[in-house]
Write a protein that binds this ligand. Structure first.
Ligand SMILES: [Zn+2]
Length: 242
């Protein structure tokens, strides 16, 4: 049994290393993907500002055409004024001119507001464009760097998987099944050391009786709290906490 325990320990050791590499790869990908999300968000914002700018520009052209039309109309009415016969007609044309001038004043006000708004939107847009470019440059740098790292990690991983296959073969089938089941349920850790009566999987005390049996190494025991398989971990072998 002592040998069986050692084989499981060896297998767990490789599995922990594999897990570490998997985490490292996932972290890199996650970082890149969150960068990408941020870039996409900038692009959405930029598109929104562009749409608003376009909308403002359309409205500006519309208003300018209206102003021009109104000016022509005013000129036309002013000419008519010279030829009118009655006072009533005269008053009516005057009012028309007055109204048209009023409308144009309002249009001018709106044009000023549109100009201010366009300046504001342009500033916002420029800001987003700058941020976006900065992040894209960073993304490309990180992506190239990660690609290199990933290649190295993959090589490392391939070696580890080979080692794992060898070590796995040495473990009895029933034991291996049990190990895999626990590993799946317990975050990749199925085999843990017990040091000074404390399980290093859940950091709870194991009962003294169990601890004594564990020291004999003639049977495989499981932690009553976390269910992981246990081995004795003397002080001398204790690893510093990760
Ligand atoms: Zn435990």
């Amino acid at each position: 049994m002592k040998e069986e325990i050692q084989r499981l320990k060896d297998l767990q050791e490789v599995d922990l290393e594999i897990g570490k590499i998997e985490k490292e790869m996932a972290a890199g990908n996650e970082m890149l993907s969150s960068r990408k999300d941020s870039i996409e968000k900038h692009k959405t914002d930029i598109a929104e500002y562009e749409a608003k700018l376009e909308e403002g520009e359309t409205r500006r052209r519309e208003l300018e055409a209206e102003v021009e039309d109104a000016q022509l109309m005013i000129k036309d009415r002013q000419n008519k004024l010279m030829k009118v016969q009655t006072n009533r007609e005269y008053q009516s044309i005057l009012k028309e001119i007055d109204d048209a001038k009023n409308d144009n004043r309002q249009r001018d006000d709106e044009l000023v507001r549109l100009l201010e708004q366009a300046e504001y939107l342009q500033k916002k847009k420029d800001n987003q464009v700058a941020l976006c470019e900065e992040e894209e440059t960073q993304y490309n740098e990180d992506s190239a760097k990660l690609e290199k790292e990933a290649a190295a990690l993959k090589t490392k991983m391939a070696k580890l998987l080979k080692t794992r296959a060898t070590k796995e073969k040495k473990v009895k089938a029933a034991l291996l099944r049990k190990y895999e089941q626990i590993r799946e349920k317990r975050d990749g850790v199925a085999m843990v050391g017990v040091n000074r009566g404390v399980c290093h999987g859940c950091f709870m005390n194991v009962p003294p009786q169990l601890y004594n049996e564990l020291l004999r190494e003639d049977k495989l025991h499981a932690c009553p709290t976390c269910n992981r398989l246990l081995y004795n971990l003397p002080d001398s072998e204790e690893e510093p906490a990760a």
